[in-house]
Each structure stands twice: as C-alpha cells, then as structure tokens.
Design a binder for this molecule. Structure first.
Ligand code: CAA
Length: 287
C-alpha cells in the first residue's frame, strides 16, 4: 500500500455540490487544497458553505475554533489550472458533460507532474474514454464520491481499462486518509452504484406516473419498509433530476436494454426545469 504524503497539495476543479464536499474532506484531513472553478462565484459560495458546516461542527464541539480556521486556511482558490504543478492528486468535479471534462483534462494534463494522479468524480461517463485524452492513462482513475460528501462514507474507485494497480493503491490510501471507505469497481456503464440505484429511482418515478401511490407514500414505503435513509423520490431531488436523467440515458444507450429507459415523467420534470433541491422544485418543494 502507498504511504500518504500530506506535504503535497490536492487540486480540485469544480466547486459545485460535489466539488465543495471533496474540498472540505481533504482540507479537514490536513491536505492543502488548490481549487479552480471557471465561475468564481461558485468558489465563494463553496467557501461560505464549508465555513457554515465547520461552524456547525464547532458548535457541536466536534472540532475547535483553531481546527476550523486551519481547515479554511488550507483551501486556496486559484485563477488558473497552471497553478496545479505541485499537486499529487487532481480531482475533476465539473459538470457531467463529456466535452467539458475532456477539455479540463487536456488542459490540466499539460501542467501536472508526470506522476500526479488524474481522477474524475464522474457518476456515469466512461473512465477509459476520459483517460484517453491524457498522456498516461495508467495514472487515470474514477474517484466517485457521494452526496453529501462530508457525510457519506463511500468512495467508489473505478478502474479504467489501463489504470495501473499502483494508481489504485495510492487512491485507495488517499480515500482512507480522508476517512472514507474505498470500494473497487471496473469501468462499465453506471459502475456499480448507479447501475443499481438509478433503476430503483426510475421505478419509483414510474410508480408515481402510473398513480400507484402518492410521492410521500412511495418514499415512506421505501424508508419504513426497506430502512432506506430517504425515499427514492427525495433522493432523486437531492442528486438532481437532470443528473438522474443523464445517467439513465447513459445506461440505456450503453447497455441497450429497455429497463433503463428514463421514465417520461422524469424527462418532463427536467424539461420544465424542476431539477430538485437545486431549483427548489422537484418531486417536492423546498424552502
Ligand atoms: N452537507 C453536509 N452535511 C450534511 C448535509 C449536507 N448537504 N446534509 C445533511 N448533513 C449532515 C447533517 O448536518 C447532520 O450532521 P450532524 O449529525 O452533525 O447533525 C447529518 O448529516 C444528518 O443530517 P439530518 O439529521 O439533517 O438528516 P438525516 O439523518 O435524514 O440525514 C442524509 C441526511 C445524510 C442526507 C441521509 O438522509 C442520507 O444518508 N440520505 C441518502 C443519501 C444518499 O443516498 N446519497 C447518495 C446519492 S447518489 C450520489 O451522490 C452519487 C451519484 O452518482 C448520483
């Protein structure tokens, strides 16, 4: 197993819901984190959210004021990815669009050190396809975190066709160093997590569409009967209905089976701009 070197920073591109969680867990575990987002207001909002969550931990006496301040000090926004030269691990957490991710990896690949690991937090895009735009696919890997990142224990580590075992070992060790449990999967549509989760969410939407039960009853049945922490419709709202729709389309296209076809109601919700928590309207309404 690889040993962990906390003297070298971590680079993150993307300060949305997933990116800010990834930034927080690395910074809280003692790593310096360099952060870039094309939209500078996303970084401001991410820092404000991280500070709010840390303040909450201070008020619950889980961390001290000094620990909060030290965590915030370890996070450095950068205006350009050219500042990622010294990072040991680069994590991309940008929009779930292949072309956007490829553009980022092409730019960052020119800057990163020859042995730095290139990781993507993609939930459904092929790791092998993204690795192919970089100079050394053996250093490329999927590092799939779960929302809300500071709370969820899992990191699904996804091996591309050419990812080396040395890259896996290092990322496994880094995931453990930030308090997560890494589990290994191979590059295949939806990996393990979304290949199983998305058909369940889609089926819940089909139940709603077919009038089998009200949303509250569908969610309550899965929470109380199956001990899920939240029902599938509320979970879809948390993930983002656009994200669920995109993942189902990848499963449907790449696995070629009707069972993965997105529910028409999901498509309509996305077209209407009802994307869940982030737009305050999804299967539920949020304050
Ligand atoms: N960010 C940080 N912390 C959060 C949070 C957030 N967005 N939401 C909740 N928390 C924290 C709360 O602050 C609270 O912490 P304390 O114990 O310190 O008070 C703790 O989580 C529990 O929160 P609540 O008491 O408010 O509510 P809860 O017990 O219902 O838990 C939940 C909330 C953790 C979200 C829980 O409902 C849950 O585990 N839901 C399932 C989440 C899930 O399945 N996520 C995976 C989605 S799939 C994905 O992300 C990947 C993909 O590719 C699509």
């Amino acid at each position: 197993m690889s040993s962990i070197d906390k003297s070298k920073p971590i680079g993150v591109v993307g300060a949305g819901a997933m990116g800010r969680g990834i930034i927080q867990v690395f910074a809280q575990s003692g790593f310096d984190v360099l952060v870039h987002d094309a939209n500078s207001s996303a970084i401001e909002s991410a820092l404000a959210t991280i500070e709010k969550l840390l303040n909450r931990s201070v008020s619950k006496e889980r961390i001290t004021d000094d620990e909060r301040d030290a965590t915030l000090k370890r996070i450095t926004p950068v205006g350009n990815v050219s500042e990622f030269k010294s990072v040991q691990l680069f994590v991309e957490a940008a929009s779930e669009k292949p072309e956007i991710k490829k553009t980022i990896f092409k730019a960052v690949d020119k800057v990163l050190a020859g042995d730095a690991i290139r990781a993507t937090n993609t939930s459904s895009i092929s790791i092998t396809e993204l690795a192919a735009v970089t100079g050394n696919p053996s250093l490329f890997i999927g590092m799939h975190f779960f929302n809300p990142v500071p709370v969820m224990k899992l990191v699904e580590i996804v091996m591309g066709l050419e990812t080396s075992d040395a890259t896996y070992d290092k990322v496994h060790a880094l995931a453990e160093a930030v308090g997560k449990t890494p589990l290994r999967a191979n590059d295949h549509p939806g990996f393990v997590s979304n290949r199983i989760l998305m058909p369940m969410i889609n089926e819940a939407i089909l139940c709603m569409q077919d009038g089998v039960a009200r949303p509250e009853a569908i969610d309550g049945i899965m929470q109380l009967g199956m001990a899920h922490p939240m029902g599938p419709l509320r979970l879809a709202d948390l993930i983002g209905l656009d994200v669920c729709y995109d993942i189902l389309n990848v499963l449907h296209r790449d696995l070629g089976e009707d069972k993965y076809r997105p529910a028409p109601l999901l498509r309509k919700m996305v077209l209407a701009g009802r994307l869940g928590n982030k737009t305050k309207q999804g299967f539920y309404t949020y304050e």
